[in-house]
Design a protein around this ligand. Structure first.
Ligand SMILES: O=c1ccn([C@H]2C[C@H](O)[C@@H](COP(=O)(O)OP(=O)(O)OP(=O)(O)O)O2)c(=O)[nH]1
Length: 513
């Protein structure tokens, strides 16, 4: 089997650890997402980065997400824009620094991208085995150009030093169950569940189901025969036979389900979102909240990272982004990636090198707190870009930053924190969360009901669908009966009566991808 054989264990390759896959993927009691699957999931998720411009709907070129990895560390996240494919964006951004990098694409890249990235000396190109970037689906299927492109890609592949392959690993035992449980239990869902105890619909399951459907449409070819045809055209004929084909589809379905589950844990529900408690702050430009869809998108990235934790009790993920003053060539608009991390013991350590008990343990020497590196600390340490003081930089953390991390975030010059506030004000034996509440000089956006719109929301109102216009900035300073939407393009404030908005948004929304 040419490519299925490449579904190998990559954990130890470059990861600096000699532990076996099973030990590594089952730290203590909780299952762990493999790095390869994390990169793949993030590439799919980047394809869904909320569009800042009109999508290429009619074009045969599909939007593509891309994760750039060096030494098994994520160094950038991209998504194609109106003008540029993801591979070309990576080339523009990194040039020959792509040498020896591994690239994870949400679709097999077209020949125009492939020839450049191969030429830059990349080490490996992994892609999701469904419809490629130059689509072979629908009427376009018969397009001569699409088939020619697929052939050219094969030729480039066979003559290149880079390894062009499909890397999908089966999830470890109980991974899916664990992701389902932790997603449901996470702060974002629980806060809503507590506020609406009588809600007669299980909004979380509804969210999840809708997302599963949506992502299956996008990332899985429902007709198996058509899928086989596409695999044959893109040089994966060896995967068309069973059991390889059914295994491949099962792995794809599992990853789609996992992505949908994590994505629904930061739901687009009523007027819940990341809001600032201090309305005075938001008039300053550096303090203005991101569009909620983008904030949720980045928080889901952080939540995915948390499934790589080495703490057997709680996973924490953090991702840092910044906003340039002008448009970027990337499909992420003005946003660009700075770094990411999760809570883990120091790099190079082996499982069992360090104590891992929590503060309920009487013996202080065997507690984890002096050894585990926090998600924010890893994101700052392994960042691949400088944090520029003149730019709006922001960190998304799945858990409220603790007292050890708050001064680090501030000292690094990060302007905004997006997080939950479940532990705020808590003082535990070895870790406390007192400083976040008192923190000044950084805007804090915590998960809550929009403070300016909450007064008119009734418990049994239809769920609200957020406006998908990402060129609008939601402003917290709205009058009680209306939400002010600022058109970011022309700077004009356009008030939308809340009633009208609710009327437009009857259906529970799972995001507007
Ligand atoms: O800003 C932070 C705070 C904590 N952590 C990580 C470090 C450690 O791995 C875990 C500790 O979390 P918690 O405070 O919830 O302690 P616990 O002992 O795991 O849980 P609890 O005492 O709530 O039962 O979270 C971070 O990554 N960033």
């Amino acid at each position: 089997m040419k490519e299925a054989g490449q579904m190998q264990d990559l954990e130890s390759a470059g990861a600096g650890r000699s532990v076996s896959t099973q030990t590594d993927s089952m730290i203590g009691q909780i299952p762990r997402l493999s790095k390869v699957n994390l990169f793949t999931l993030l590439s799919l998720w980047m394809e869904l980065f909320p569009a800042v411009e009109a999508r290429r709907q009619k074009s045969q070129v599909k939007k593509t997400g891309l994760v750039v990895v060096k030494n098994m560390k994520i160094i950038d996240l991209h998504c194609s824009s109106e003008d540029l494919h993801a591979g070309k964006i990576a080339l523009i951004k990194h040039g020959s620094r792509l040498k020896n990098c591994d690239l994870y694409f949400s679709r097999k890249p077209c020949s125009a991208c492939l020839k450049m990235i191969v030429n830059a000396g990349v080490n490996r190109i992994s892609y999701w085995p469904a419809d490629p970037e130059i689509s072979l689906l629908s009427e376009a299927c018969s397009s001569e150009d699409a088939k020619l492109d697929a052939k050219a890609v094969e030729r480039l592949k066979s003559n290149s030093r880079a390894h062009v392959c499909v890397l999908l690993q089966p999830l470890v035992c109980y991974m899916m169950q664990f992701v389902e449980e932790t997603s449901y239990k996470c702060d974002f869902i629980q806060k809503i569940a507590k506020a609406f105890p009588d809600a007669n619909t299980d909004f979380y399951s509804e969210c999840r189901q809708e997302r599963v459907k949506e992502y299956e449409m996008l990332f899985l070819i429902s007709n198996e025969e058509l899928h086989k045809q596409i695999l044959m055209t893109i040089g994966l004929e060896n995967l068309c036979e069973n059991p390889y084909f059914s295994n491949l589809r099962q792995n794809m379905k599992d990853l789609i389900l996992l992505l949908a589950t994590v994505a629904s844990s930061v739901p687009n529900f009523k007027h819940y979102g990341f809001y600032c408690d201090n309305p005075k702050q938001i008039n300053e430009i550096h303090n203005q909240c991101l569009p909620q869809e983008i904030a949720r998108h980045c928080m889901v990235q952080a939540r995915l990272l948390a499934y790589r934790t080495e703490d057997h009790k709680i996973g924490v993920g953090a991702v840092i982004w910044a906003e340039r003053k002008s448009e970027n060539c990337d499909g992420t608009g003005m946003m660009y990636f700075i770094g990411c991390g999760y809570n883990a013991f120091p790099v190079g350590s082996e499982y069992a090198d360090f104590p891992n008990m929590d503060d309920k343990q009487k013996d202080r020497e065997i507690r984890k707190f002096r050894y585990i590196v926090h998600a924010e600390q890893n994101a700052l340490t392994f960042r691949c870009q400088e944090i520029k003081p003149e730019e709006k930089s922001m960190i998304f953390v799945t858990k409220c930053p603790c007292d050890e991390c708050v001064p680090l975030i501030k000292g690094a010059g990060i302007k905004q924190i997006y997080t939950g506030d479940i532990d705020v004000g808590k003082k535990k034996a070895d870790i406390s969360y007192m400083r976040f509440g008192e923190l000044q000089g950084i805007s804090k956006f915590t998960w809550q009901l929009n403070p300016s719109g909450s007064c008119v929301l009734e418990q049994n109102e239809p769920e609200s669908k957020e406006k998908s216009n990402l060129q609008s900035w939601h402003m917290d300073s709205a009058l009680p009966n209306e939400l002010n939407i600022q058109d970011h393009k022309d700077g004009v404030m356009r008030p939308i009566p809340l009633n009208e908005e609710l009327h437009q948004n009857k259906k529970l929304c799972l995001g507007n991808h």
